[in-house]
Design a protein around this ligand. Structure first.
Ligand code: 5GP
Ligand code: ZN
Length: 114
């Protein structure tokens, strides 16, 4: 979508430290990491929030999880533990309206989150 920063990163119109990509999803380093491992995993399709997901997105959603598992293993946080987060709308702090899964790990993550 025109004006969407994550569409631009996926389309390589602006730089992003891409760590994984295929025809459905792209994963890249968060520009302001909140943990030693902080990767954002997005579908190439512009979907504003999880509220717009439909069964047509099944494959992309599964692929996002597959990418998260692959990266967690590569970064050696699979057995230590990691968190997958998808913030939705204002109270959860969503700031980019192209759905993204945060992969967070490499330190103790407290619960409940703030
Ligand atoms: P949200 O707050 O929507 O759940 O997460 C958005 C995330 O995107 C934040 O963690 C923020 O640091 C990250 N972010 C915002 N703009 C950019 C950018 O231009 N490049 C990258 N790599 N990450 C970004
Ligand atoms: Zn987008």
């Amino acid at each position: 979508m025109v004006g969407c920063i994550f569409c631009k990163i996926a389309g390589k119109q602006i730089p992003g430290k891409i760590v994984y990509e295929d025809e459905l999803v792209v994963a890249f380093e968060d520009v302001e990491p909140k943990a030693p491992v902080h990767i954002l995993i997005i579908p190439r399709e512009h979907i504003p929030t999880v509220l717009e997901l439909t069964p047509a997105h099944k494959e992309a959603l599964f692929r996002m999880h597959e990418a998260a598992i692959k990266i967690a293993k590569e970064r050696n946080i699979d057995s230590r533990g990691f968190r997958l987060v998808m913030n939705t709308n204002a109270e959860a702090g969503q700031s980019v309206f192209h759905i993204h899964m945060h992969l967070l790990g490499g330190r103790h993550l407290s619960w409940p989150p703030g």
